[in-house]
Design a protein around this ligand. Sequence first.
Ligand SMILES: CC(C)(COP(=O)(O)OP(=O)(O)OC[C@H]1O[C@@H](n2cnc3c(N)ncnc32)[C@H](O)[C@@H]1OP(=O)(O)O)[C@@H](O)C(=O)NCCC(=O)NCCS
Length: 204
Amino acid sequence: MGLSTGSKVIIAANKATPEELALALPARELTVNGTRYRLDVKLSKELLPHTRDAIWNILVTNMRDLRVYKASSLKWKPAAKKKEIFNRLSRFVLVFSEEEDAERLVAYTIFRFEHEDDFDILYCYELQVLQEAQRRGLGKVLMEQLVSVSKTWKIGKINLTVFLSNPGALKFYKTFGFVLDETSPGYGGEENEDDYEILAMPTS
Ligand SMILES: CC(C)(COP(=O)(O)OP(=O)(O)OC[C@H]1O[C@@H](n2cnc3c(N)ncnc32)[C@H](O)[C@@H]1OP(=O)(O)O)[C@@H](O)C(=O)NCCC(=O)NCCS
């Protein structure tokens, strides 16, 4: 299985500025139940320290409470996880709630443009919504942004990894039409001896 920055499509997408990526977002602002939200796109190197901390804290709280890593074969390795999510090729779509005169990060997705086994892929590394903001449609909004970015940059599909011990996320992804990727354990009716699946959704 070969991972590289490969194809012309992926090289061009990886050169895109956040402003160019943001042009693909169908929504930059939205209001849900009276709360206003603002969406922003950032490269890893542009994140302010307090935004990095907020990204990390939402991830830790969500995954700790889900006991997802505790139950998984991958184990929770904070240093390696930080290195993965803040990789220089990571791109972030951030959702801030606008509360009185302050803004707060309430949801985000982290993705990378990758070329693997002759496919151009938008790989979604994280999709996280603050617990108190879940089930208000913010996850759906973020997924719609990823689909639009993928289509705009002519990427063939979105991939992501989900733990089997996370039934809420599995249901969420199924509502978008994600299916088992051919690279996933368990593909083609084989027994899945791992505790995760790789899901895919075509975007071309
Ligand atoms: C999974 C997650 C991103 C979904 O985001 P969200 O903003 O809560 O989801 P939405 O409100 O956009 O849900 C859209 C639809 O997905 C389905 N869905 C979402 N969460 C669900 C859950 N926990 N159980 C069952 N279905 C769910 C529902 O059909 C929902 O529509 P409905 O609320 O009208 O019934 C969010 O719950 C989360 O951050 N969870 C913790 C972190 C995590 O597991 N991330 C994924 C890692 S792979």
